[in-house]
Structures are given as C-alpha cells and as structure tokens.
Design a protein around this ligand. Structure first.
Ligand SMILES: [Zn+2]
Length: 74
C-alpha cells in the first residue's frame, strides 16, 4: 500500500498521514504512518522507527510468543 496501490481493490488513490498514538498519560506512544484507500477505505499503518528499540527500552512492549504445541504445554 505504501507503493500507492491498494492490495484489496487495486485502487491507486491512496491518502497518507503521520500521527502519534496516544496510549495514556505518561506513556510514550509510537508514531505511525497511515495509508487509506479512497475507494474501499482499507487502512494500513506502519510504525515509524525501531521496533526492537521500543521492546528493549519500554516495559509496556514485549515480543509475541508463538504458541507451539497448544495451551497445556509447560
Ligand atoms: Zn481499496
């Protein structure tokens, strides 16, 4: 979608804006680039900056652990 083409409807009229996510008082939210298709309104958003840095610096961020073998393992 960042290349100017909608992956859902194939439209080429894509709008973009940059915004900061508000996570609450005292929490540093990420800056996002938002892409919206003018035809079907599909939205995609991408975080600006390093994800690795957020996870290592901020307690509120963590890596998603993949469940392999079901919930009753361990
Ligand atoms: Zn579209």
């Amino acid at each position: 979608m960042r290349d100017g083409k909608c992956p859902k409807c194939g439209g080429s009229k894509i709008a973009t804006t940059r915004f900061v996510v508000y996570l609450g008082a005292g929490l540093s939210g990420p800056t996002m680039d938002l892409f919206v298709c003018a035809d079907c309104k599909l939205c995609e958003q991408y975080m600006v900056g390093s994800v690795e840095e957020r996870v290592s610096v901020l307690d509120s961020w963590k890596w998603v652990q993949r469940e392999e073998g079901g919930p009753f393992r361990r």
